[in-house]
Ligand binder design. Sequence first.
Ligand code: AMP
Length: 282
Amino acid sequence: MIIFKYAADVIHQVKKGRQTETATGFIPTMGALHQGHTSLLQKSKQVCGLTVGSIFINPTQFTNADDFKKYPVTLENDIYALEKNGCDILFLPEVKEMYPNGTIPEKHFDLGYLETILEGKFRPGHFQGVCQVVCRLLEIISPTHLFMGQKDYQQCLVIKRLLELENSEIVLVICETLREANGLAMSSRNLRLSDQQKEQASHIYKMLLHVKQNITSGSLLLLKKEAKEYLTINGFKPDYVEIATANNLKPVDKWDGKTELVVLAAAYFGEVRLIDNLILNQ
Ligand code: AMP
């Protein structure tokens, strides 16, 4: 694996790799890598001849200064994990390399309704920051395939929209969520939890499963209310629990029994904010 700090060098290396390999897979990350991240890498290896990863803790997508400050950094382990899983190129830029003209956005992305709900509502500006960094990364790496995790369900829909806005032909590959044995979705932020807290935090997944197992056509209001209460009883401070149409995230209060749905939740466990989701009728 070759590591680059500068955009010009990574652009040059990807171009060189493209001479022999037609498909280039790209996995953007913020580091503190776990098996969820490496599963994206493995997926890319199956589909693409050249796999590029990036590690960049993007300041413009954080809406809470403390969350940014406390974001875990495990660079040595990350490099080892990427190398071990066959990553060809790692792009490891600093802020000034990503934002040579400063972090103030030069462009607004028209994400419409998608950025007014759920994560967009609770973290205003977050998805503009995500689009700002992904747009810049795609410009530098120019991959044929982009691998992202279903764990960040709304982010996947936002990136799908971004690719449409940019008339991009990049194929977005959405990969399943990897979980701990107790069901807790793997997340870099889990590093901030003790083992005991991780056990307790798995209630978020148990709640999602409960919704999946108990959903019936008709009103969903009681099920949503119970799900939120379940989180509160188990020590979470929920931002939201929502059941929505899987393809556009419109909230559904009354289900026809057919439309594909997703249940999504975000909740604080102590100081750590966790998100998770489950497709309900796949
Ligand atoms: P992050 O480093 O949190 O920005 O995540 C980088 C990529 O890894 C995103 O596309 C995430 O959706 C994905 N990801 C994070 N956690 C998981 C997980 N548990 N399973 C699969 N993909 C994940």
